[in-house]
Design a protein around this ligand. Structure first.
Ligand code: NIG
Ligand code: FE
Length: 414
């Protein structure tokens, strides 16, 4: 099946960079106007400038895109979408003045999600996660990372990872799985941190390896959760079985998490709301991507991560949703891009590239997706008839997406 998209106002995000975009490269968004693009099966076949040649390629279907922009689908490199229930009661607690750390210390937060998840049968967890995944795909996300971490027992962590494995098989959406057993110390191990860390390394990792349940290893490196030294130890154990580190760092405090991530060669260090110049420069000089999660910072009323300082220092920045019931009950990447422009002062071009190609790099999927290039998956967004690319983040309360194509197939028409 060949689909020819004709009269595209601008084809946005063209190219095939060999490394995540950093510093000034992020604002350099490649655009061709006007343009045509041909898909063949699941892949982008070719594209060109509209009107320069009379012989356009043959196709089974021709779609007129007059007035519309075409972009690569979003790549959401950080989510916790497998969860049992929402947590709006904590949302109200926070309005009444309790902090995230206070709620966590009282057994709320991650621990309350763990209790709910333990009680939900695997089949139900899969069904409900699949419903979320379908909505996420229809919203314009074309590749996604999903973490465990609401299990915190051998049984429940494996249940989560097996659900993610089933999602990989059942969904058209490309998925990467991260093992986040080190998301919190469960109450049963409160006086025995060492025991829980050994459970992760000695009991969970071998089963994860045997069943092929994860691509990445994640640790919540944070005061009150896991120290930098524990993070390094857990990541090194994960690396032994082929899992690349991708960690939570510097969310609530300047914790040394960024440096710990760099030390273990993490693909990304995520959050970064609490940064000092040392951490900014260490990240900029490393090959590790800094993934910013603007909706989580916004929802928790935290100071936004220092995107401008990171970009000016020359760091590679990605944007992701952090979709989870506690700190970011929001999966729409259009909203993430808007929030990055409004709160983090990223330019629309920077935010779009951070949410597409750099997100693909942050999942190791850059060869397959994240930009417009022949041979990549035809994961494409066609916009409404909007005046400019900047209109997308500017009109922050509405969707500007008209159609979503996932591996060459139309998913939604607005
Ligand atoms: O990325 N920071 C740790 N984990 C999640 C929050 C999880 C939760 O509150 O349920 C996050 O924000
Ligand atoms: Fe997270």
């Amino acid at each position: 099946m060949r689909i020819l998209f004709r009269n595209i106002k601008s084809l946005v995000g063209i190219g095939h960079p060999m490394a995540a975009l950093r510093g000034e490269q992020l604002a350099d968004l490649n655009i061709l106007s006007p343009a045509w693009l041909l898909t063949e099966g699941e892949r982008i076949h070719s594209f060109g400038r509209e009107g320069t040649s009379s012989d356009l390629p043959n196709a089974d279907q021709i779609i007129d895109c007059t007035g519309r922009f075409m972009l690569p689908s979003f790549c959401d490199s950080h989510t916790h979408l497998v969860f049992a229930t929402s947590r709006e009661e904590e949302f109200v607690d926070k309005i009444s003045g309790r902090t995230y750390a206070e709620i966590a210390a009282k057994g709320g937060g991650i621990l309350s999600s763990a209790i709910k998840l333990a009680a939900m049968p695997e089949k139900q967890l899969f069904r409900e996660s699949m419903v979320k995944l379908d909505k996420i795909a229809a919203s314009g996300t074309g590749a996604i990372e999903i973490k465990s971490g609401y299990g915190l027992t051998v049984e429940a962590e494996l249940k989560m990872l097996r659900v993610i494995k089933q999602l990989k098989a059942a969904s058209r959406l490309p998925i990467k799985a991260s093992f986040l057993g080190a998301h919190a110390i469960p109450p049963a191990y409160k006086q025995n941190r060492e025991g829980y860390i050994r459970l992760l390394i000695e009991d969970m990792l071998p089963i994860i390896q045997a069943e092929g349940l994860a691509d990445f290893i994640d640790v919540f490196c944070e005061q009150g959760f896991f120290t930098p030294a524990e993070t390094i130890r857990i990541c090194e154990a994960g690396k032994q079985i082929g899992l690349k580190p991708k960690i939570h760092a510097n969310q609530l405090a300047v914790s040394g998490g960024v440096q710990a991530g760099i030390e273990v060669g993490a693909l990304s260090v995520d959050h970064l709301e609490s940064m000092d110049m040392e951490a900014i420069h260490a990240l900029a000089e490393s090959g590790t991507i800094g993934t910013l999660l603007p909706t989580a910072a916004y929802f928790l009323r935290m100071a936004p991560p220092p995107a401008r300082q990171l970009i000016e220092a020359g760091a590679a920045i990605a944007l992701a949703s952090d979709f989870n019931p506690g700190s970011s009950p929001a999966y729409r990447m259009e909203g993430v891009v808007s929030m990055a422009c409004i709160q983090l002062k990223m330019l629309p071009e920077e935010a779009i590239q951070a949410a597409t190609i750099n997100g693909a790099f942050a999942m190791g999927l850059e060869v397959e997706t994240g930009s417009i290039h022949p041979g990549k998956w035809a994961n494409l967004l066609l916009t409404n008839q909007v005046p400019s690319i900047a209109y997308l983040p500017y009109a922050f309360s509405e969707t500007s997406i008209h159609q979503v194509y996932l591996k060459g197939r139309l998913l939604k028409t607005a």
